[in-house]
Design a protein around this ligand. Structure first.
Ligand code: ACO
Length: 373
């Protein structure tokens, strides 16, 4: 007989990891021991991915090698190439990514190995391909060709170039790169847990990532950033306080607020708020930023809740010219670095993840033949 479960596994330690750590009371986040405040704005996404997947911040030589691996790895396989146009026509962005990553697995040369070296190569390829998949999906559904990625540019710069079709400014690239760093890993969040459960059956990395993408999609997790923007677009600029109070009174959640682990400000939101303010001012129309600030104040006054990573990410992506329905795919572009690192970690020291459950159904029922029911 199992103990009573903690609903939603709150406070349950489900795995050991050396990848990231959160101090929810102090509002601190660490990647492999480095404070996120030290990494954000100083360390590129490529360096962060190397830190997570290979264990160290890279030297210049290691970064050049890893960068070259990413450039080689972003070439899409024939199965993806053959199907991406039809998928873009028929599936919403996160559904399409789930499908495309699954198809990409078929053409991955290391698909049948969970060995450390094969897993590291797959992690680099998946990290390289995810932004290309999003860009190619968006181009296909828009009936245009995505510009070719420039091997001299970073993942952040190429992504903005491919999505918006224009050369981004240096500051836009820095801001988007910082967003990718901030979203790269976050302990045992729902999508990472899903990936680890799948990997722990000794299934392969692509399968684990498909599970993670399906899990990130939901509005209680990564899907919240899109919902934040839809909320801002729906309510009148001078009606923020009223709209928030009405939604709370109706028992609705305000997307982009609250967190299972943080009891104070999410340190990622601190950076995102500032970047949102900067971009809003530069855009000449700070309406959405001002609305966001007001929403933050009202939600805190009414519920004592703080914005999570998704709240200010929404307006940052908006001001960068990213379409709203690609916000959660952008999250996946970054989190791919963390998911794959977790699969590597799980396979390196594996035990099947198989928790127990509390039975709450009926018992001692008497079976009767079908014609007597
Ligand atoms: N708006 C209004 N009330 C909220 C919110 C919110 N955003 N978040 C939590 N609450 C309230 C709940 O209604 C509940 O109140 P009650 O005790 O009176 O019933 C209480 O706070 C606890 O909320 P739970 O949902 O039980 O907290 P949990 O830890 O299970 O959920 C979660 C955390 C899912 C993030 C929640 O805060 C939420 O739904 N937020 C909105 C969705 C969102 O922004 N998700 C993104 C999270 S960050 C990420 O995944 C990348």
């Amino acid at each position: 007989m199992a103990d009573k479960p903690t609903k939603g596994l709150a406070d349950v330690v489900a795995a050991s990891t050396a990848l990231s750590d959160i101090d929810g009371r102090a509002g601190r986040l660490f990647y492999r021991g480095y404070d996120i405040h030290d990494l954000a704005g100083r360390t590129s996404f490529e360096e962060t991915a190397h830190l997570l997947q290979c264990g160290t911040l890279p030297t210049r030589t290691q970064l050049a090698e890893y960068g070259a691996e990413l450039v080689r790895g972003r070439v899409l396989g024939p199965l993806v190439e053959a199907n991406i146009a039809e998928i873009a026509e028929r599936q919403a962005p996160m559904e399409a990514l789930r499908t495309l990553v699954s198809l990409a697995g078929a053409d991955d040369p290391d698909k049948d190995s969970n060995a450390l070296d094969a897993n590291r190569r797959k992690a680099a390829r998946l990290t390289a391909q995810q932004p290309i998949l999003v860009a190619r999906y968006h181009a296909a559904r828009s009936g245009r060709q995505a510009p070719e990625p420039d091997p001299e540019l970073s993942i952040a710069a190429n992504f903005l170039l491919q999505i918006t079709g224009r050369t981004p400014s240096e500051r836009e690239i820095e801001i988007f790169d910082t967003c990718l760093v901030l979203h790269a890993d976050h302990t045992m969040n729902a999508s990472t847990f899903a990936a680890r459960v799948c990997a722990a059956t000794l299934s392969d990395m692509h399968s684990a990532i498909v599970a993670a993408i399906g899990t990130l999609k939901g509005p209680l997790h990564g899907g919240a950033n899109e919902q934040v923007m839809r909320t801002l677009e729906t309510i009148p600029p001078d009606g923020v306080a009223r709209a928030v109070r009405e939604r709370l009174a109706a028992g609705q959640k305000i997307m982009g607020f609250g967190h299972r682990v943080y009891k104070t400000e999410d340190p990622r939101a601190t950076h995102l708020r500032e970047m949102s303010r900067e971009l809003a001012e530069a855009s000449g129309d700070a309406t959405y930023y001002r609305m966001s600030k007001e929403m933050e104040e009202v939600v805190h006054a009414e519920k004592g809740l703080y914005p999570n990573v998704d709240f200010y990410a929404a307006t940052v992506y908006h001001y960068l010219g990213i379409p709203t329905d690609l916000f959660t795919p952008v999250f996946s572009v970054s989190r791919m670095s963390g998911w794959t690192a977790h699969v590597i970690e799980q396979h390196a020291d594996n035990r099947l993840i198989r928790p127990d459950s509390e039975y709450v159904g009926e018992s001692d029922r008497k079976w009767v033949p079908i014609d007597e029911r």
